[in-house]
Design a protein around this ligand. Structure first.
Ligand code: ADP
Ligand code: MG
Length: 264
């Protein structure tokens, strides 16, 4: 069995990339084989996993355009994952793909060749609802939406959910909406909780547990090129470990996903 999870939200800075890197590293530490895919032309996931986008010959760009075989683009990361990296070239893929028939299926087609090799494939979507995110949603079995727990952070969630519905109607009827992953959570304020309760009510979406607390270690980790899971234990990496464990028990063991008790 292999599961493909897209992590999507057209808002930047909600911890999509951090979530993919951290859950991926946590699953790899559980001895699972994990592929992470960078779909953002900024290459933040690629960089944060120790690869310099400026020094890569082949990347997801060539793979999506059918110019390279996916296996020729894969690289390994220090924490035991495989990465399909992105470079700034990917910014041009958007326009090139738009001219092609079946443009939403490019990633799905490429991944089909390697899906059997992995237990879990995580897709780090860019901060837009363009053709790259549509490729992610079309290739995925499930989608999770990281949401920063602050006022107005969820403006735009409605638009994202409409896109998910359209993908379900047109390119990927099997896509399941897993729910919200609460990020940058500040447990000292009731405000974070209120935002989550509001989102859960308004959009009738599960909110996955545990929430990921805001910790200064994350910013340090992404600046140093090491993932947040390496180094000393901290509240953030512990929460991601627990979330990764819940996800795997859900996928592999059929256990119901733990969700937050959001009643105020
Ligand atoms: P996105 O991919 O949605 O744009 P990122 O994962 O790049 O978001 O995160 C945006 C910024 O927030 C980064 O600088 C990252 O280090 C920081 N960050 C992410 N998660 C946390 C956290 N739990 N605590 C503190 N900073 C975080
Ligand atoms: Mg990102």
């Amino acid at each position: 069995m292999s599961k493909i999870l897209a992590v999507a939200n057209q808002k930047g800075g909600v911890a999509k990339t951090t979530t993919v890197a951290s859950i991926g590293a946590a699953l790899a530490a559980m001895d699972l084989s994990v592929l992470v895919v960078d779909l953002d032309p900024q290459g933040c996931l690629t960089f944060s996993l120790g690869h310099d986008p400026d020094h890569l010959e082949v990347s997801v760009h060539e793979v999506l355009l059918g110019e390279s075989d996916i296996v020729d683009a894969l690289v390994s990361t220090d924490d035991g994952m495989t990465l399909l990296p992105a470079t700034i070239d990917l910014a041009g893929a958007e326009a090139l793909l738009l001219m092609r028939p079946g443009r939403e299926y490019a990633l799905k087609r490429a991944l089909a060749q390697v899906t059997q090799d992995y237990d879990v494939i995580l897709l780090d979507c860019p901060p837009s609802l363009g053709v790259l995110t549509l490729n992610g949603l079309t290739a995925a079995d499930e989608v999770a939406v990281p949401l920063q727990c602050e006022t107005l952070a969820h403006r735009g969630v409605g638009q994202l959910l409409r896109t998910v519905t359209e993908v379900q109607q047109i390119t990927n009827p099997a896509l399941t909406l897993l729910g919200v992953i609460p990020t940058l959570y500040d447990s000292r304020t009731t405000h974070s909780r209120d935002v989550l309760a509001d989102v859960s009510d308004r959009y009738e979406m599960p909110v996955l547990s545990p929430p990921i607390p805001r910790t200064v270690r994350f910013a340090e980790a992404s600046a140093s090129g090491a993932t947040v899971m390496t180094g000393r234990k901290n509240k953030g990496s512990q929460a991601y470990r627990e979330l990764a464990d819940n996800l795997w028990q859900h996928w592999d063991g059929g256990k119901a996903l733990a969700t937050l008790e959001t009643a105020v």
